[in-house]
Design a protein around this ligand. Structure first.
Ligand code: ASP
Ligand code: MG
Length: 470
């Protein structure tokens, strides 16, 4: 028995034409597999608008959230008008759209009265985006002659109560998925499940964090033991580099879970590492495909890709970074300096992107977003005041206007000489490397260079290492 899990992102359902295209893809695959399950995001931009509505209610701007409710209602109604011809079906859909939007307005109204927006209420408010899109897509699939029903993931995904960033609870979710989806699938129904949302054990709506629909698809894919998870978006797959920087960037046909995780961490807009975690143990392949070019093969993500097609697969850049250096002879052999350094960084709420410590132990340096650098330096000066006064630490200083360039590929670890090729590529272009670190999963190497060299560095690595000088 074959099961395909398909997920459509916001742009894949954002216009009537896009939704029609998504619907055709589902209809086609429904013939190729025993069962298909669909997960859908809110129409593009709708989640942002719902959040903006809730926030405007909080600040006492009634007109704004009413305007937002109208805009969202009109957009969904127009879509229904374009896609659904059956009058009964269309009327029912319009009633659903209207009732969800009045509920949205009522929730905003209570936020407006209280002038307080809790994360719990916000999750209730944003859940309407996916609830609306799932109804639309299911109705369209019925219009195409499929048996289909919209399913709210509040009935499937049981989470803890961390509103805005809820953690799914595996056992209760597994039980609900089997109870709720099992019988539908047996009847030949194509469920269209809302991405992004879940509910606590008591049924209070939660969300899994922004962009959480991929995560929903992977959770359901794992729980239904699906044969594959196809993530539909608006690009042809995971790219070797950002095409705005590297015009001849191309789609990576095969990549591993670890590599894709590293890519996301280092700034490429691909799957969030958390999103694919559920499928990794079972080794379920995940594909990234283009709704608007469905015949292109896309990118396949598996545990160990056979196709090792070049040892470095992609190169990314994160900008607006600052390197913080903690330096001093008195640090040699003194335990605890690194620990205290990073506790101080954590107290400043800064995200450390890369760490590098020279083996002589005379300095620790790490990169943080420039916006958090002043707070980090202040926190370090306070924590290490004693060592600074005694001159065990000579200086704590920050260097701005830097970027991190990361080359990702299992080859970075396995193949001798890859690092050398990266450095000679940069050397050829006379680009100075300020610091180096190996990624945690050992399938990436990150380099810090000056911001003015960033684009050239990405292009050089792409040309010399990924494309082998071609
Ligand atoms: N609609 C949600 C968001 O915009 C979830 C998603 O798109 O995956 O974050
Ligand atoms: Mg999205």
């Amino acid at each position: 028995m074959s099961i395909l899990m398909m997920k459509f992102g916001g742009t894949s359902v954002g216009t009537p034409a896009a939704m029609a295209q998504a619907g055709e893809i589902v209809s086609r695959e429904a013939k190729n597999w025993d069962h298909v399950v669909v997960v859908v995001s809110a129409l593009s931009g709708v989640t942002d608008m719902l959040i903006a509505g809730a926030r405007s209610a909080e600040t006492g701007n009634k007109e704004r959230y009413q305007e937002i409710a109208d805009t969202i209602r009109t957009r969904h109604r127009e879509m229904a008008a374009k896609l659904i011809t059956d009058p009964a079906e269309r009327e029912a859909l319009e009633r659903t759209i209207d009732s969800y939007l009045s509920e949205f307005s009522r929730l905003c109204e209570s936020v407006y009265v209280l002038r307080e927006l809790t994360p719990r209420v916000l999750d209730g408010i944003v859940s309407f985006g996916e609830r609306l899109s799932a109804r639309l897509l299911a109705a369209f699939l019925r219009e195409q002659g499929l048996r289909s029903e919209a399913v709210d993931a509040t009935e499937l995904i049981v989470t803890d109560g961390t509103f805005q960033n809820a953690v799914p609870l595996v056992d209760p979710t597994r039980a609900r998925v089997a109870d709720r989806l099992g019988p539908s699938l047996k009847k030949g129904v194509v469920p269209v499940v809302t991405g992004f949302i879940g509910a606590t054990e008591d049924g209070i709506p939660t969300t899994l964090g922004r962009g959480g629909s991929d995560y929903t698809a992977a959770i359901l894919g794992e729980m239904l033991d699906s044969d594959a998870v196809w993530i539909f978006t608006d690009v042809d797959g995971v790219m070797t580099a950002d095409p705005r920087i590297v015009p001849d960037a191309h789609v990576i046909p095969d990549i591993s879970y670890a590599e894709v995780g590293e890519l996301a961490y280092f700034g490429a807009k691909v799957l969030h590492p958390r999103a694919i975690r559920p499928v990794i143990d079972r080794g379920i392949p995940v594909w990234v495909k283009n709704t608007f070019n469905p015949d292109a093969p896309g990118t396949r993500i598996v545990r160990s890709p056979q196709n090792t097609d070049g040892t470095v697969k992609a190169v990314t850049m994160i900008d607006d970074l600052t390197m913080i250096n903690v330096r001093g002879r008195g640090m040699i052999g003194v335990p605890g300096i690194a620990g205290r350094t990073f506790s101080a960084v954590a107290r400043a709420n800064a995200n450390v992107l890369m760490i590098s410590q020279a083996s002589s132990e005379q300095s620790i340096c790490f990169a943080v977003p420039t916006e958090s650098a002043p707070a980090v330096v202040a926190s370090l000066e306070e924590e290490l005041a004693h060592e600074l006064a005694r001159r065990d630490i000579d200086s704590i200083w920050a260097q701005n206007d830097l970027v991190i360039i990361t080359a990702v590929g299992a080859g970075v670890r396995d193949t001798p000489g890859v690092d050398g090729r990266i450095f000679s590529a940069l050397g050829k272009a006379r680009i100075n490397v300020l610091a180096i670190a190996q990624g945690s999963s050992e399938c990436s190497v990150s380099l810090v260079v000056e911001a003015t060299d960033g684009i050239a560095a990405v292009r050089q690595i792409h040309k010399e290492v990924i494309n082998n000088g071609k």
